[in-house]
Design a protein around this ligand. Structure first.
Ligand SMILES: C[S@@+](CC[C@H](N)C(=O)[O-])C[C@H]1O[C@@H](n2cnc3c(N)ncnc32)[C@H](O)[C@@H]1O
Length: 222
């Protein structure tokens, strides 16, 4: 499928899929969205309640590596050990990686960003002092982890383009993959998504969304 690199409103890049009219991040600001949805509403919220060592995160859709990179920067800044697993079935190419401006926009050397992309699939490695990383080349529907993660970044393409990824079937998998007390965050605020989450046992909150989006969802396994 055709992929184009575009610049979003906060100056950070993302990937646009012209055939689907879909992006990897919000056009209103890729970095802003990542910080709001996954760091502030997910990581920071979780750490206020529990500080497991390490904190285990599963990302549904490693994609450009932006969420993983920002999480690494947070782990090092706050000296919080994080073990991060990114699942992705359609990795981006080296020429696309070269065009992403995240290290520049985040004022960070690009060494760690490159390491995330260059790391071998299915091999856990330490990328920085506080950040251990595993990239799994896998379809989301093949995920069968049990009681393994504290936090899930649910960042699949929208329900408009991939409705099969926003169903009770997939959220049941996410529920099982989380430990008790675990939390899932996503940019979506659709009613059908919230109801699918509730149907499998999640307690769901509707929270203010990132720029350009009124609401988002946070689901907890209580
Ligand atoms: C919204 S993007 C993820 C953005 C990513 N979190 C980031 O920071 O760049 C969704 C990702 O899911 C991947 N994907 C789509 N369908 C998939 C599937 N069935 N199984 C695994 N990965 C899939 C796409 O290739 C894409 O990288």
């Amino acid at each position: 499928m055709k992929r184009e690199i575009i610049i979003t409103d906060d100056g950070s890049t993302t990937i646009h899929l012209p055939d689907l009219d879909e992006q990897y991040h919000s056009k209103h600001g890729a970095i802003q969205e990542a910080y709001h949805v996954f760091i502030k509403t997910g990581l920071e919220y979780f750490l206020k309640q529990l500080q497991p060592k390490p904190l285990k995160i599963l990302e549904i859709g490693f994609g450009t590596g932006l969420n993983a990179f920002i999480t690494l920067l947070e782990a090092d800044k706050n000296k919080v050990p994080i073990s991060f697993t990114g699942v992705e079935a359609y990795p981006i190419s080296s020429s696309e990686i070269e065009k992403l401006n995240y290290p520049l926009q985040l004022n960070s050397p690009d060494e760690y960003f490159k390491k995330l992309h260059k790391s071998e699939w299915e091999k856990q490695i330490n990328i920085s002092t506080h950040f251990s990383f595993l990239k799994r080349k896998q379809f989301f529907l093949e995920i069968n982890d049990i009681n393994n993660f504290h936090l899930i970044y649910f960042d699949a393409f929208g329900a408009r383009v991939q409705p099969e990824l926003w169903t009770e079937h997939i959220f049941k998998k996410m529920y099982i993959a989380l430990k008790k007390g675990g939390v899932l965050v996503t940019y979506s605020a659709k009613g059908s998504v919230r109801r699918a989450m509730q149907a499998v046992g999640f307690v769901v909150e509707r929270l203010p969304g990132p720029p350009g989006k009124r609401e988002m969802l946070r689901a907890s396994k209580i």
